[in-house]
Design a protein around this ligand. Structure first.
Ligand code: GLU
Length: 610
């Protein structure tokens, strides 16, 4: 879930490991730790609950030094947030491990290892890895062989790095379900759960594949697949900007990322959207053949990505004439479902490593979907590698845990998918022209919308002392209302619910009073009059409303309603444009409440466990 960094070099690696952990902080975590093999060949470790800075302070007080080391930020799954449960974990004083993910059969392994005489000093599942490797080392001198044998015993997801006092010249890493990337240096090599951690020391990376185990020394990297055969994996030069980890003068990554949206949406459109539409090949070399056959789309995603999928359903059915279902990955993967003929399975994920979405893709392949497409922001990620087709959102590294620019670039990609599928399914010419024109205007409209920042900052003051709120939208704005509510929950911890506004009278109207602000997204579309009736229903019950509306929608501010006018946009791109003020509102409410905006409590950026 969280962060792994490892290094093997001639120099002391502690500062590299700490910098790596800092660059992974955005993923959300609750404790951190470092272990090195020191000059005497002894394992030394420092661990702390809380922030990486606390670990850094502890290391400044009691420095440890070593040229082989591993480090970790933990997002607790098994065992409370305590120093004893923080990684690295040791087995005796010989083996040290860090681990991301979950060893599901840890309880039976614990019993077996206890019977072998091992003593457990934490409540984690991870400690079983350390002891299991040490047990295997009783019958082999090779750390590689010991790890290869040990991983055969583990069920569940792991990315793990192991160092051994008696094999000081290498570290052994294993990947199954949690990403790991090897960073190649000159006479030094690195490992991390995300390339972002290693950008200060290298730009050359090898992405490990499922089941890989690798032995990494200062000068060599040997990778073995799950059958134990040595394999060559390609080396990639990272295209991520070196300063992707900087806030660029903004107070928080989230604010920077909100303001980047015009640029990254422009990047996502560039060279893909022409004056006449899109070439299906933007989704992959096989796309012209595969997309031509699609009659149904099944979208699978989690969280914010699920909301972009829900929006796309309105577009795909309205304009591309293909039926579409959307489901949360953790539900889809555990129920029986039916595959429609000529169905395309579309997964959406910022990281491409979301465990439930990845499991759903693998299940989808077994179920017999015609083809799979992923909309993803991380090249080389598991979803990208395992899908037949991929559309890369060019949002750049997204650091804020609450997703912003990944969402709007996903929507941009999904609207281009609507154009591509529409070509094969009789999309009306005027719809095609309308979508192409609207997409071309999108970056400028996003810029105009961001100019409202000052108004929204003022508006946020009215929310900061509230405990609950309702978000309302209709049609393709209903998922945008859901995304607005999710943002507010995530970073301001205010309870927020979204409703399709036609549903109000079926229950939630009972909640309306002057302590329950109601946020309405109201572009000028064919449902405007219906939405206005819903607004009147709230007003009649004494509700206080905040309406984000198109100028032409003719809402007037009064004692019970504050209207924030947005630039006039074509209704097809309104879901993308109306997302921005809701992001800004959540951000400024969180600022007033003083929450940890970029790393909200209890949440992690890339959800690589179930
Ligand atoms: N399951 C492990 C633990 O709770 C690792 C969690 C993580 O991915 O950070 O310690």
């Amino acid at each position: 879930m969280c962060g792994i960094v490892g290094a093997i070099a001639e120099r002391n690696v502690v500062s590299i490991l700490l910098e790596g952990l800092k660059r992974l902080e955005y993923r959300g975590y609750d404790s951190a730790g470092v272990a090195v093999l020191d000059a005497q060949g002894q394992l030394q470790r420092v661990r702390r609950t809380g922030k990486v800075q606390e670990l850094a302070d502890a290391l400044a007080d009691n420095p440890i030094k070593g040229s082989t080391g591993i480090a970790h930020t933990r997002w607790a799954t098994h065992g409370g947030v305590t120093e004893a449960n923080a990684h690295p974990h040791f087995s005796t004083a010989r083996v040290a491990v860090v681990h991301n993910g979950i060893i599901e059969n840890y309880q039976s392994l614990r019993e077996q290892l206890r019977a072998e005489g091992f003593h457990f000093s934490s409540d984690t599942d991870t400690e079983t890895i350390a002891h299991q490797v040490e047990l295997e080392l009783k019958s082999t001198d090779s750390l590689l062989t010991a790890v290869q044998r040990a991983v055969k015993k583990f069920h569940g997801a792991y990315g793990t790095v192991v160092i051994d006092q008696q094999n000081p010249d290498s570290m052994v890493v294993a990947r199954s379900g949690s990403p790991l990337v090897i960073g190649l240096g000159i006479d030094e090599n690195f490992i991390a759960s995300d390339q972002l951690a290693l950008l200060p020391v290298t730009r050359r990376f090898i992405f490990l594949e499922e089941g890989d185990v690798a032995r990494i020394s200062r000068t060599e990297v040997h990778i073995f697949d799950q059958d134990g055969n040595e394999v060559l994996r390609p080396v990639h030069d990272s295209e991520i900007e070196h300063d992707a980890g900087d806030k660029g003068g903004y107070r928080h990554y989230m604010l920077k990322e909100i303001h980047e949206q015009p640029t990254v949406v422009r990047n996502t459109l560039q060279d893909r959207l022409t004056q006449s539409g899109v070439d299906p090949r933007i989704f992959g070399a096989l796309a012209p053949d595969l997309l031509a056959k699609v009659k149904h789309v099944q979208i699978i995603a989690c969280g914010t990505s699920y909301h972009s999928g829900m929006t796309a359903r309105y577009w795909l059915e309205q304009y591309a004439n293909v039926s579409c279902n959307v489901e949360i990955a953790s539900e889809f993967r555990y129920r029986k479902s039916f595959v429609h003929p000529n169905s395309l399975l579309v997964t959406i994920s910022q990281s491409g490593e979301t465990a439930d979405t990845l499991a759903a893709l693998r299940l989808g392949k077994e179920l017999g979907y015609m083809a799979s497409l992923t909309i993803c922001n991380v090249p080389g990620s598991s979803l990208v590698r395992e899908s037949d087709l991929a559309f890369m959102t060019l949002a750049g590294a997204e650091i804020g845990v609450a997703s912003t620019k990944a969402f709007t670039t996903q929507l941009t990609g999904l609207l281009m998918l609507t154009l591509a599928l529409g070509q094969f399914n009789g999309m009306a010419d005027n719809d095609q022209q309308k979508i192409v024109g609207a997409l071309h205007s999108l970056p400028a409209k996003l810029e105009e919308t961001l100019a409202l920042t000052g108004n929204i900052e003022k508006l946020a003051e009215e929310f900061a002392d509230k405990h609950h709120s309702l978000f309302l939208g209709r049609g393709d704005q209903y998922p945008i209302a859901m995304e607005g509510a999710l943002k507010l929950k995530e970073i301001s911890y205010i309870h927020a619910e979204a409703y399709a506004s036609g549903e109000l009278k079926h229950g939630p109207l009972a909640l309306i009073d002057d302590e329950m602000p109601v946020i309405v997204v109201a572009p000028n579309n064919e449902l405007l009059e219906k939405l206005k009736s819903n607004v009147e229903e709230v007003r009649a019950r004494g509700g206080i409303m905040y309406v984000f509306a198109d100028k032409d929608a003719r809402f007037e501010s009064d004692a019970t309603m504050r209207v924030i006018n947005l630039p006039h946009v074509d209704s097809v791109i309104a879901p993308i444009v109306y997302t921005l003020p809701l992001q800004l509102l959540s951000y400024y409410v969180a600022i007033i409440k003083g929450t940890d905006v970029d790393q909200p409590r209890n949440l992690a950026k890339s959800v690589t466990v179930e």
